[in-house]
Design a protein around this ligand. Structure first.
Ligand code: ARG
Length: 267
């Protein structure tokens, strides 16, 4: 069995644990700070993200928009706090959160066992699927072709993503190909259109957008892995319960779904 199955199970367990934990303790958000405390503690939520991941976060008209940006803004509003987005490389998000430079990380980020060693996660607010993009007529016809004996593909991923982690473990470490790491998913897709690599492993929603924007690309029917997206926090941060409480309310009252529908079901 492929390694990613472990990750799916870990994600599910975390989800159950987070749900159980959220049941105890008060969900009452603290009032917005008006006195002498540090701004990042009480007044303004700083979200670390990598805005190269449509429809979750991307640049539009000089602004960062998308599902995560809107859900996070709604959380801040509910908590009576200010809101600010810091755009950075995907693999800088967890360090920004653990060092306290950001209040939380939200970036279509998958809950994994490895990440849980460094951060805590909120409840999951969306699911993702790792898919494989190829050129039309590619010799790679199913995900299993990537793991076939004698396979030797150049596989593009965004650095530090679960696509990178799975492909490194399942393909590179098994001697079945080489991983090419890119700063942006779009750069990996560009390399694919230029025949510099054989496929790209990336989350399904950005994959759909990249394929729509480039001729001659297809997404394989078979999925590589299924995942839960959640917000990450510094371990034992006081914010986790507050933000998660607001997130739960926004899930329960349909706000999160309507934001998702606005970006995903619009076509
Ligand atoms: N879901 C994948 C992960 O957690 C990819 C997320 C990439 N997000 C981004 N904003 N670039 O690793």
């Amino acid at each position: 069995m492929k390694k990613y199955l472990k990750n799916i199970m870990a994600g599910t367990m975390v989800f159950a644990m987070a749900a159980a934990l959220a049941g105890c303790g008060s969900n009452e958000p603290a009032p917005a700070e008006d006195g002498g405390e540090k701004v990042e503690d009480a007044g303004t939520l700083i979200m670390a993200t990598n805005a190269e991941f449509p429809p979750y976060e991307f640049h539009e008209g000089g602004e960062i928009v998308g599902i995560d940006a809107e859900v996070a803004a709604a959380i801040a509003e509910k908590l009576g706090m200010g809101f600010q987005i810091e755009d950075m490389a995907f693999d800088s998000i967890i360090p920004a959160v653990t060092s306290g430079k950001a209040s939380f990380g939200m970036a279509g980020m998958t809950v994994t066992e490895e990440r849980l060693q460094n951060v805590d996660f909120s409840d999951s607010y969306a699911t993702g699927v790792q898919v494989v993009i190829v050129k039309e007529g590619s010799a790679i016809a199913t995900v299993d072709d990537l793991f076939a004996e004698g396979a030797n593909n150049l596989v593009g991923v965004q650095t530090g993503t679960t696509g990178d982690i799975y492909a490194t473990g399942d393909i590179e470490d098994e001697g079945l190909g080489t991983i090419e790491r890119f700063n942006k998913g779009a750069d990996a897709v560009l390399a694919l259109t230029q025949d510099k690599i054989d496929c790209v492993i990336i989350d399904n929603e950005p994959a759909k957008e990249f394929v729509a924007a480039n001729e001659g690309l297809v997404i394989l029917d078979t999925a590589y892995a299924e995942e839960d997206y959640a917000i990450c926090f510094a371990k034992d941060s006081e914010l986790t319960e507050q933000v998660n409480g607001a997130l739960k309310e926004l899930i329960a009252d349909g706000t999160v779904q309507s934001i998702i529908d606005k970006y995903i079901n619009a076509e």
